[in-house]
Design a protein around this ligand. Structure first.
Ligand code: PEP
Length: 259
C-alpha cells in the first residue's frame, strides 16, 4: 500500500522570523498524523538549514524546490548541487516545477539532467508534470504528460527510479484558485500509472507515489485524495497557512484508502 504524502512548496516566500513561527505552529499541529502521512516542507534555498534545524527530531522532512543540472562542483554561479542539498538535510527535491519551466527555461532535457543528479545523490525527486490550458483544450493532455515523463526519465532503469515521485500539476490550476475536478485529476493520475506500468511493469506502477498539485486547499483536499490514484498533494499557497496545511495533511491521513 502506498503511504500518503503531502509536500508544501513555499515558493519564494518566508523570512527567518516567519519560518520560525510557521514551523513552530506546524510541529504540534501535525504530530499525530505521522503514522498515516509523510509530510515535507520545501522552503527557499537560503532557509533550508534554518528549517532543517527547526524540524530536527520531528517527522517532518525537508525538501528543496530545485537543483542544479550540474553534478560536479565548479564554475556554476548561483547554482546549488544535489550533493549540497543533501548536505544541508534535504531528502526530497522538486524538479520540473512549471514555474521553473516557464521562468527559468527548465526544458525537458534540463529536467532530465537534474533528475539524474538527484538520483545520483540519493535524493527523492518529485518530478512535476502538467499541461497548459491551451494544451488541455486541444485534447493534448496525455501526449504532453507522456512526453514530459518519457524525456525526464529517458535512459533510466526501473532500479534507478525506485525513489521517484511524480506530481501532476495542471499549469492552469497552479496558484489560480482553479482546481482540476477530482475526476479530471484521477483520469490523469490513472494515465500516468498506466504509462509507467507499460514501461516498467505493474509492480513499479502500483508502488509509485503520484501527487496532485494545483490550488489544493482544506475545502477540496479530501475529495481529491479520496481518488484511487491520488496519493497526496503538492501544495503551494495553502502550505503557508498553518490551519490550511494541517487540514490538508489531515485529509490525506484520513483518506478512506488509508483505513
Ligand atoms: C505549487 O506550487 O506546486 C502549487 C500547486 O501551488 P498552488 O497550490 O498555490 O496552486
Amino acid at each position: 500500500m502506498r503511504k500518503a504524502l503531502v509536500a508544501g512548496n513555499w515558493k519564494m516566500h518566508g523570512r527567518v522570523d516567519q519560518n520560525l513561527k510557521l514551523i513552530e505552529a506546524l510541529i504540534p499541529a501535525l504530530s499525530n498524523l505521522k503514522e498515516a502521512v509523510d509530510i515535507v516542507v520545501c522552503p527557499p534555498l537560503v532557509y533550508l538549514s534554518q528549517v532543517n534545524e527547526l524540524i530536527a527530531n520531528t517527522s517532518i522532512a525537508l525538501g528543496a524546490q530545485d537543483v542544479s543540472r550540474f553534478d560536479r562542483d565548479g564554475a556554476h554561479t548561483g547554482d546549488c548541487s544535489a550533493d549540497m542539498l543533501a548536505d544541508v538535510g534535504a531528502s526530497y527535491v522538486l524538479v520540473g516545477h512549471s514555474e521553473r519551466r516557464s521562468e527559468q527555461n527548465d526544458t525537458d532535457e534540463r529536467v532530465s539532467q537534474k533528475l539524474a543528479c538527484l538520483l545520483k545523490a540519493n535524493l527523492k525527486p518529485i518530478l512535476c508534470v502538467g499541461e497548459t490550458l491551451e494544451q488541455r483544450e486541444a485534447g493534448q493532455v496525455e501526449d504532453v504528460i507522456a512526453t514530459q515523463i518519457e524525456l525526464a526519465i529517458s535512459g533510466l532503469s526501473v532500479d534507478d527510479l525506485k525513489e521517484l515521485l511524480i506530481a501532476y500539476e495542471p499549469v492552469w490550476a497552479i496558484g489560480t484558485g482553479k482546481t482540476a475536478s477530482p475526476e479530471q485529476a484521477q483520469d490523469v493520475h490513472a494515465y500516468i500509472r498506466e504509462l509507467l506500468g507499460a514501461r516498467f511493469g505493474s509492480g513499479f506502477a502500483k508502488q509509485i507515489t503520484i501527487l496532485y498539485g494545483g490550488s489544493v486547499k482544506a475545502a477540496n483536499a479530501a475529495e481529491l485524495f479520496g481518488q484511487p490514484d491520488i496519493d497526496g498533494g503538492l501544495i503551494g499557497g495553502a502550505a503557508l497557512i498553518t490551519e490550511e496545511f494541517t487540514a490538508i495533511c489531515s485529509a490525506a491521513a484520513n483518506s478512506p484508502k488509508n483505513g
